[in-house]
Ligand binder design. Structure first.
Ligand SMILES: [Zn+2]
Length: 483
């Protein structure tokens, strides 16, 4: 399509009716398709005092969300802040443990009850429980060489929407004493040793030594549960531990989102204590190296190598379109909020805007699971609304996350509104990992693009709009018509 034709397709839309008090988005904007879909803003990745880095009580965070007119709040306190370093001999006994404030220490049942109580006090904001989880960590270096390094402890996944305390308790995470299989086989030999020692003691007092040895071996097995070996050696096992966690959460009905995968903060070793360091390299390849996760954090720390046009996100989506990846991957906005204005982050500065049938946990989880949402990084002055992002073919219309069969009249529509008419924006629509169309215009604007060519198999379209803040659209799919 030529640029002039594209310009003619950019239709200015009257903005006169879009006044009123500013909010992140307007719930009374025209619904994109079904009249029963409404927009809800979802703020996620928020830490309360339950996390060691938290600074604000959970009830105060919910009150802030209400003040900011956020519809859905997903607090994600750290699940487990526990690290153990064991010597190679009797590592279950000769070990140092650091155990800091976290959801497991607080008690999963307490955590869920606290959220339910706050939900009653602040009914205006739907609160969905979440966690921030590092599936595993590794130790590099050696204490005697002065370079012992806790490695990979900042590779985080958000786990969203689990409701049962039992599911929290058993989450497969290294150093969670409740996780893994009961190791009865490993107890057989130590127990036999103890029994043999007791029998020997009848005639030979030194049999006590055998009893002590057997008892030490039993103690060494505590907490008598162990996860698969790949949880104890990240370097040689890639993302297997993370995949294990993703699959477990998936079976329990929760969602998993890779957090801050490009964050450079920990790529240089940071001293924890004397000669003990911590280090986590950026891990953008998580998007490709794991499957069936719900998505990744585009903001923050996921836009440079993953979210960029032709980046790792596009590679994952292309894998999906080629039939090599079962589920698509969605872009999320997550705050990593610990208090208002810390690092310039406010609770309403970055939201996911989900199209839901109702404001309920089930409906919001369904929208996030299905990709029926977009990311909005607010500039605080201009309330941008993605009024339409849809693909029509024949009588069918698809929103993001959905798939249509191609027909000759297939067309893509994007419409962006704002109470601040005249705001200039620049947009890019990406098709199958390649920049397909760009457009510049003033808000409000609408772009309609015909899709004349039938896909070879399955195509996808996604967009990024910059100007007053940023909108990141999740992909819509169109496939070859089977008829
Ligand atoms: Zn994190």
């Amino acid at each position: 399509m030529t640029r002039s034709l594209l310009k003619r397709l950019i239709v200015p839309v009257a903005a006169a009716l879009l006044g009123g008090s500013p909010s992140l988005v307007r719930a009374d904007d025209p619904s994109p398709r079904k009249p029963d879909y409404r927009r809800y803003t979802v703020a996620m990745h928020v830490h309360s005092l339950i996390s060691p880095n938290g600074r604000v009580m959970l009830n105060a965070i919910a009150a802030q969300a209400k003040k900011d007119r956020i519809d859905v709040l997903i607090p994600t306190d750290h699940f487990l802040m526990r690290w153990e370093y064991g010597l190679s001999f009797l590592p279950g006994i000769l070990k140092a443990t650091v155990y800091r404030s976290c959801v497991l220490k607080f008690g999963p049942a307490h955590y869920l009850n606290l959220i339910r109580k706050i939900q009653k006090d602040v009914p205006e904001v739907l609160i969905i429980p979440g966690l921030e989880v590092a599936p595993t960590y590794d130790w590099l270096g050696h204490p005697f060489e002065g370079n012992l390094t806790l490695f990979g402890s900042q590779r985080h996944l958000l786990v969203l929407g689990l409701q049962k305390a039992e599911d929290y308790l058993r989450l497969p995470v290294r150093s969670n004493p409740h996780a893994g299989e009961f190791r009865w086989r490993h107890l057989v030999l130590p127990v036999l040793l103890v029994l043999a020692g007791l029998a020997l003691m009848i005639r030979w007092p030194a049999g006590l030594l055998v009893v002590v040895a057997g008892s030490l071996l039993i103690l060494n097995e505590r907490p008598f549960r162990r996860l698969p070996e790949y949880f104890y050696n990240w370097e040689n096992n890639g993302y297997r531990a993370a995949q294990h966690l993703i699959d477990t959460v998936d079976k329990q009905g929760g969602l998993t989102v890779w957090c801050h995968p490009e964050a450079p903060n920990w790529s240089e070793a940071v001293r924890l204590y004397r000669n003990i360091f911590t280090k986590t390299d950026p891990y953008p390849d998580c998007v490709l190296q794991t499957s069936d996760h719900t998505g990744f954090s585009y903001f923050w720390e996921g836009a440079k190598t993953i979210g960029i046009t032709g980046g790792l996100w596009d590679r994952a989506l292309l894998e999906h379109c080629a039939g090599r990846r079962d589920r698509p991957v969605w872009a999320f906005g997550e705050l990593d909020w610990i208090e208002e204005k810390h690092l310039d982050v406010t609770l309403d500065s970055l939201v996911n805007v989900a199209w839901c049938t109702e404001k309920s946990t089930g409906a919001v989880m369904d929208a996030l699971r299905s990709g029926r949402f977009y990311v909005y990084l607010s500039d605080k002055k201009t309330a941008l609304t993605l009024a339409r992002w849809e693909l029509s073919a024949g009588r069918q219309t698809a929103l993001s996350g959905e798939t249509l069969d191609w027909t000759p009249d297939a067309r893509l529509t994007i419409r962006i509104d704002s109470p601040r008419a005249g705001t200039p924006v620049h947009g890019e629509i990406i098709k199958n990992g390649v920049s397909w169309k760009t457009f510049d215009g003033e808000l409000p604007l609408s772009v309609v693009l015909p899709l004349k060519d039938q896909p070879d198999a399955k195509d996808y379209y996604r967009f990024v709009v910059n100007g007053a803040g940023t909108l990141v659209g999740n992909p819509i799919f169109i496939r070859k018509n089977p008829q």
